[in-house]
Design a protein around this ligand. Structure first.
Ligand code: C2E
Ligand code: CA
Ligand code: CA
Length: 657
């Protein structure tokens, strides 16, 4: 069992570690009951007045007067405290504690001295009994009352009891001596009770404080995003609801809700790691905050999704704000030695036009974002009603794509690319086909962008590569296989590994595999993409610049990149008959390509006339329905076998459309 000594040591330790709030609460306990102060003061004053009157002793009269004054002052201070409180400041709290301490110790000393004087200077046993009872009762009463500040309570007991015990021992009555000893033992017991009470009060209060601190922390945690310190979805949704309620439809005030999502964030995470991803998110949050200033609110909805809200006067203003945010976010972020290209897509919905309820506003901003992504990303789109249906269809496609590989819904067709000089197939382009269980045949022009933004293009391309190489392994060795590689894939690291694995597993040589890439890949000037393309070239793969003429059509690519082939887009070929300019452009491109030893493919040749023009322009190869439509692997193998036949095989093939 802990002794009073141990408890005192524990008291010293707990006093020094006492948290501010707990101490404040304990000090409050001193003042909580002015009633007990009043009752004590009345009893003390009555006893003191009686003793002073009965003895007529000057010292006791002075003592009695002082007891009256101190008692009154303490009651007054308790009432003042009750009215104004201690305040939040630590210094104020200490001030009130000191004040109480002085009053309490003074009062206890006065009672102790009074008893001492009565015992030593009076012979009236009744008055002595009165004084001793008063002081003992006082000690027994204050100890539990002030146990919250045990130093004060112990001081009160000691100051009241010690002079009394000494007074008892100074008499010549042995019974009084024994009483003195008993009173000291009693005081010791009171000490123990005081400390024990303190411990209980202290533990209860600090537990309560801890609990309230934890509750406050949880509350904050529940409303904010740990990584960026921004509001989270919950907090933002609550604010959005409040703001929508305050929008007045009679004024021009509008609320813009902008949903932003980083482009290719998964790639950053996958290639550079989660710490790099976190850094990008933190920097992005800072950038948006800097643009917004006090114009609006920013929250992170999880992952790489952010939502911005701002009060605006028009949709145009919302659009401009979106553009400003896009501009600031789409700057490189440096992480250690790496520079990461960051871009974002933003969808904007404006209340009240696009909705008055928070769920609808968020959904419409999300739909607009989805369109921004699907159009290639790095853009701002404002919600328009037509987007809703497209969105539903695209969502259906997206969810369908997730299972398409597993459910065997894909096939690859092959479309021959004919060498005009020999009339024989130079290569076949692998073209993906998908039969959706409900939507039926979906064009790759529709589902490939969805697969890209949903992060599914990697697995799909891996599958196409395997099917294509498996088929080509059966063909004559001088026929190549062309596979479309989406730009999103060239931002990832694992493409070379996937290709090597596929070549090894299918027994194909690298030189027969031609990768078709669009010039948008090169426009980005992404150093990572560039080094990856060089790596692929070093592996011996051929590169084909696809859809030439649809983008910037910069011929500088031909100089800086050793493309084996450029494919002139079918939109050019379609016009070739009635546009002399197109014909001239094609002629110029072909000449330049020839001088650089690059082959040219005219894509989408459907008619004899188009073929004649293309031939005239000097194109070396042709692809199009005029020669052959995309066909199954078996059909392609049969066709190529026929071509192998000597003599007039060439003619037969031309007619086999
Ligand atoms: P692309 O790379 O430009 O592919 C050529 C498209 O032109 C194919 O459409 C082909 O069927 C079509 N075509 C060929 N000859 C003619 C013609 O004479 N007239 C007309 N009107 N069209 C012709 P398809 O198969 O619908 O593919 C559309 C696009 O989808 C492709 O354009 C390509 O960008 C993409 N794609 C297809 N398969 C894949 C794939 O496996 N991976 C990736 N990343 N993209 C693919
Ligand atoms: Ca292509
Ligand atoms: Ca093309």
């Amino acid at each position: 069992m802990p002794t009073v000594g141990n408890k005192l040591r524990h008291l010293a330790a707990s006093e020094s570690s006492l948290a501010r709030q707990v101490r404040g609460a304990l000090v409050r306990t001193l003042y909580t009951s002015p009633t007990s102060l009043i009752v004590g003061a009345i009893a003390g004053s009555t006893v003191a007045a009686t003793i002073a009157y009965m003895t007529g002793n000057l010292a006791l009269i002075i003592c009695s007067i002082t007891i009256h004054i101190v008692g009154l002052l303490r009651i007054a201070s308790a009432f003042i405290y009750k009215r104004i409180g201690a305040g939040e400041m630590e210094t104020q709290r200490i001030h009130w504690e000191r004040l109480y301490e002085i009053g309490a110790w003074l009062y206890a000393s006065l009672l102790g001295i009074q008893t001492f004087l009565v015992l030593t200077q009076s012979v009236n046993a009744t008055l002595q009994l009165l004084a001793v009872t008063m002081t003992t009762g006082y000690a027994a009463g204050v100890a539990p009352r002030n146990a919250g500040r045990p130093v004060i309570a112990l001081g009160q007991v000691a100051l009241a009891v010690l002079p009394m015990a000494i007074g008892l021992w100074l008499t010549d009555d042995p019974i009084y001596w024994i009483l003195g000893v008993i009173i000291i033992i009693f005081a010791w017991g009171v000490f123990d009770i005081t400390l024990q009470t303190y411990e209980v009060v202290y533990t209860a209060l600090s537990g309560k404080q801890e609990k309230s601190e934890v509750a406050a922390r949880f509350e904050k945690m529940a409303r904010s995003d740990m990584l960026t310190g921004l509001d989270n979805r919950l907090a933002m949704q609550m604010r959005l609801g409040e703001l929508l309620d305050t929008i007045d439809p009679d004024t021009s005030e509008k609320l813009a809700v902008i949903w932003m999502d980083l482009d290719h964030f998964k790639t950053i995470n996958d290639t550079l790691g989660h710490l790099a991803g976190d850094k990008v998110l933190i920097v992005t949050a800072q950038r948006v905050k800097a643009v917004l200033g006090s114009r609006g609110w920013l929250a992170r909805f999880g992952g790489d999704e952010f939502v911005i809200m701002a009060l605006v006067n028009s949709s145009e203003e919302a659009d401009l704000l979106g553009a400003e945010i896009l501009e600031s976010v789409s700057q490189p972020v440096s992480i250690n030695e790496n520079t990461v290209e960051v871009a974002a897509s933003l969808g904007v919905a404006v209340a009240p036009e696009h909705g008055r309820q928070s769920e609808i506003m968020l959904k419409n901003a999300d739909i607009a974002l989805y369109h921004a992504k699907n159009e290639g990303g790095k853009r701002v789109r404002i919600f328009e009603p037509f987007m809703h249906e497209d969105f539903l269809m695209l969502r259906q496609i997206e969810s369908g794509l997730t299972d398409a590989l597993m459910n065997d819904e894909f096939t690859v067709l092959f479309q021959p690319i004919i060498d005009l000089a020999t009339g024989r197939t130079k290569s076949c382009e692998a073209l993906l086909r998908w039969k959706h269980p409900e939507l039926g045949d979906v064009s790759p022009a529709v589902f490939i962008p969805v697969a890209e933004s949903a992060g599914l293009i990697g697995d799909i391309t891996e599958w196409v590569l395997r099917k294509a190489c498996e088929a080509a392994a059966e063909w004559p060795e001088d026929v190549n296989i062309s596979v479309n590689i989406s730009p999103a894939l060239l931002k990832q690291n694992n493409l070379p590994v996937t290709i090597i694995e596929t070549l090894v597993n299918t027994g194909m040589v690298a030189r027969r595999l031609e990768l078709e890439i669009t010039e948008s890949v090169l426009l980005d000037k992404n150093p990572h993409t560039n080094s990856l393309l060089r790596q692929l070239q070093k592996m011996g793969l051929r590169l084909c610049l696809d859809d030439f003429g649809t983008g910037f059509s910069s011929l500088t690519y031909l100089r800086s990149w050793e493309f084996d082939t450029i494919k002139i887009d079918k939109s050019f070929i379609r016009n070739i008959g009635n546009s002399p300019t197109d014909q001239k452009i094609i002629g110029a491109v072909v000449q330049l390509a020839k001088s650089l030893d690059v082959a040219t493919v005219a894509e989408g040749v459907e008619t004899e006339e188009q073929l004649a023009r293309v031939r005239e322009a000097g194109c070396s190869r042709v692809q199009g329905f005029y020669y052959a439509r995309p066909m199954t692997a078996t059909q392609a193998a049969e066709r190529l076998a026929l071509e192998e036949l000597p003599d007039d095989g060439q003619l037969k093939i031309v007619n086999q459309r």
